[in-house]
Design a protein around this ligand. Sequence first.
Ligand SMILES: [Ca+2]
Ligand SMILES: [Ca+2]
Ligand SMILES: [Ca+2]
Length: 286
Amino acid sequence: MKGKGVKYLLVFAGLFFLAYSLMVVNGITELDANILNLQPSVKNLSVSPKAILPSGGPVVVNVEAVLSDLNGIDDITWRRCLAAHESDLNDSFEATLWAKNVSLGLFNQTNEIEGRYSCSFALNPSDKTGRWVVYVFARDMNGLTAGWFSVVSFASVEGNIWVLDSDSDGYHEAGTFRLAESKPAGAYIRLLDSKGVDCYDKNAKAYPGQILFFSSHRGDGSYDYNCDGMQEKREEDVVKSCLDTTTTAWCATIKSVPPCGSAGLLTSGTANGVSCVCVPSLQACR
Ligand SMILES: [Ca+2]
Ligand SMILES: [Ca+2]
Ligand SMILES: [Ca+2]
C-alpha cells in the first residue's frame, strides 16, 4: 500500500515536471518573439504581364509576392506596391517619382509568419513607354524594411510582334500573336505591317473589303469573301426570260434566285441585238 502511494506520487511529480517544462519552453518562445525585432522578408512570386503589347487602353499589371516576418505577419504594418519608369530611378533604385503607388493586400495566409500578397496597377497609353521597375516594399512595427524589384517592359515591343498570314493576302489570322526579335518560322508578318484581321486565312481572295463575287466557296463552305459576316448574292432578281441565240426560242422563266454556287441564273449580255443569251450560270457571292 505504501509502495503504491510512492509510485503514484512519482508519476504525479513526473507529469507536473513535464507540464512545467512545456510552459517554460512556451514562455521562452513567446519571450523571444517579443524581444527580437526580426526583419520582414519579401520574396518574388510573379509580375504579369512582363512585356505589354500595344493596346488602345490601360493594361493591368498584376503583382504577387510572399511576405514573411518571424514575429508574425501582423508585425508587418506597411506594405506597398510601387512602380517607377526607369528614367525616374537613380543608380541605387531610389525613385524621384513613384508614378504607381498602391497598397499590397493579403489574399492567402500560409501560416502565422508568412502570407501571399497581391496588388495591381494600370499602365495607360499616356504613361511613358520603356522599362518600368516594380518595387514591393514591407516595413514592420520596428521600422525594419525589406523590398523586392522586378521589371516590366511597356509597349517597347511593338516592332517585335508577329502574326500569321497563311494566305499572304496581307491580313492576319486573329489570336496568332508571337513575340520575337526576328521573324518566327512560318508565314508570319509584323503586326505593324498587317492590313487588319483576316476572316479566313486559307484563301487570299477572302479578306475585308473584297469587291469581287465568287461562284465557289472560299474553302470552308462560306461565300463571305468580304468578311462582313454575310453572304451577299450578286443576282437577287429573278430573271424572267432569255432568248436562246441558237434556237431563237424563249427560255423558261426562272422561278427563284439560286443559292450561292448553284446553277439556275441565265447570263446576261448582248447577242444579235437581243439583250440576253440563254446560258445557265452559277450564283456568285461575296
Ligand atoms: Ca491572310
Ligand atoms: Ca484571307
Ligand atoms: Ca460578305
